[in-house]
Design a protein around this ligand. Structure first.
Ligand SMILES: CC(=O)SCCNC(=O)CCNC(=O)[C@H](O)C(C)(C)COP(=O)(O)OP(=O)(O)OC[C@H]1O[C@@H](n2cnc3c(N)ncnc32)[C@H](O)[C@@H]1OP(=O)(O)O
Ligand SMILES: O=C(O)CCC(=O)C(=O)O
Length: 377
């Protein structure tokens, strides 16, 4: 794996998460920040929805960003006309490829897969558009049929083929097997689109890339249908730190981007959310804090400033004396061994009572109260 193309779909699949609506202003702001970070391509939405969605897409097109902009379409000519009307020059055309999806969408008529694909790809190419083709539910499709669809799309002039694990049922090994087979059967680049129904979206997308796919769909914070998609921030940092593939992006703005999407989506992040969560550089446990105070690498895979976040030392139920004395020394308070144990006991007691960690003010209060009753300075 030398280089990976990121095609972020926060503004399409991300916004499809139940209950999420981005305003046009929010969509534009997210696109502008992702452009500044260096994301090379954005799937900006679904022009066929019309109305405010089409207006927001048109407004993003007029921003003159460096990033390439792609519109999502069904294999329907009027969808592509809607993309053209928004000023897009790149379209993604999706067709169902599993039996279950073909039955539900095309009444089981497999001939419609070929007919709709031929008609929509030809129409898009006649209008000088870049065409990406998406195989919806590729992971549950008959593998020979999937290869036929991919070869058909390539023969018609599509420039990229998207492998979709639409309901997130693969694991890294099955992903690698299926994508590896596809890679051998077509020459155009393959893009990964993975879902997180079993918590494996990022791992599966990486497995697909290792098997020869070269492009990947991501969303900020992993937002998306049901359990979401492969998270942009996880993908960028895993590529950089675990695969030594540095995409040259400004990773120091990843936390800012994450917070922007938290605000726009109204969906708070779990504190443990990989790469950008509140707690991913927070240390409370005595043994961890002791290690981090000597060398942060003891309990951090990389420095928080690399993603625009910060380290926090938190005093609570699991803390030890090294952390306590370090925090207090920042407030001009020095304790001997005995005194720090007394304060630590109180911190534990309070923390258990309150079922949370203590603020610095609360810690200082503990010391003040203790100093009155035990003569601590
Ligand atoms: C896996 C994915 O994420 S796919 C993307 C899903 N995203 C969305 O659905 C969000 C945006 N969607 C919408 O705004 C609407 O669904 C629209 C505008 C696209 C269509 O709306 P409606 O005309 O009201 O149709 P509705 O959504 O109820 O049904 C979908 C129709 O598209 C058809 N369809 C679904 N996928 C495809 C496809 N890939 N190619 C061609 N037709 C398709 C269905 O068979 C159904 O057709 P029918 O109306 O002839 O029965
Ligand atoms: O692009 C496609 O073909 C479908 C993408 C998608 O959202 C999915 O399969 O989950």
């Amino acid at each position: 794996m030398n280089h990976v193309h990121i095609n972020d779909t926060t503004l399409r699949d991300g916004e499809q998460a139940a209950g999420i609506v981005f305003t046009a202003i929010e969509k534009i702001a997210i696109a502008v920040l992702m452009d500044a970070i260096g994301i090379p391509e954005l799937e900006v939405g679904i022009p066929a929805m019309g109305g405010s969605e089409a207006e927001a897409i048109t407004a993003i097109v007029h921003k003159g960003l460096k990033t390439a902009l792609l519109g999502w379409n069904r294999a329907v000519r009027s969808d592509i006309e809607a993309s053209i009307a928004c000023g897009l020059t790149r379209v993604h055309v999706s067709v169902p490829v599993s039996d279950i999806q073909i039955k539900a969408k095309f009444k089981g008529k497999t001939n419609l897969v070929w007919d709709r694909l031929r008609d929509s790809i030809n129409f898009a190419l006649d209008n000088d558009l870049f065409v990406s083709v998406g195989a919806e539910d590729a992971s549950r499709a008959d593998e020979s049929f999937l290869v036929e669809v991919a070869q058909f799309a390539e023969s018609l002039g599509a420039s990229r083929f998207r492998f979709c694990d639409t309901v997130g049922i693969l694991h890294p090994l099955t992903t690698a097997q299926k994508v590896g087979k596809l890679v051998k059967s077509i020459k155009i680049p393959i893009e990964m689109h993975t879902h997180n129904d079993f918590g494996l979206a990022t791992a599966n997308a990486l497995a697909g890339l290792q098997a020869g796919a070269v492009s990947v769909n991501t969303t900020v914070n992993g937002l998306g249908e049901r359990a979401g998609n492969a998270a942009l921030e996880e993908m960028i940092m895993a590529l950089k730190r675990l695969y030594q593939v540095d995409l040259g992006m400004d990773t120091s703005r990843l936390r800012e981007l994450s917070q922007m999407v938290v605000k726009a989506s109204g969906i708070p992040l779990p504190p443990w959310k990989a790469i950008v969560g509140d707690n991913v550089f927070a240390h409370e446990s005595g043994i961890h804090a002791h290690g981090v105070l000597q060398n942060p690498q003891t309990y951090e895979p990389f420095s928080p400033d690399e993603v625009g976040w910060k380290r926090r030392l938190v005093v609570g139920k699991h803390s030890g004396r090294h952390l306590l004395t370090n925090l207090l020394s920042q407030h001009g308070i020095s304790l001997n061994h005995e005194e720090s144990q007394v304060v630590l006991d109180s911190v534990r007691h309070l923390s258990v009572q309150m079922k949370r960690s203590l603020t610095v003010e609360e810690l200082l209060d503990v010391v003040t109260n203790r100093s009155m009753s035990h003569g601590i300075v």
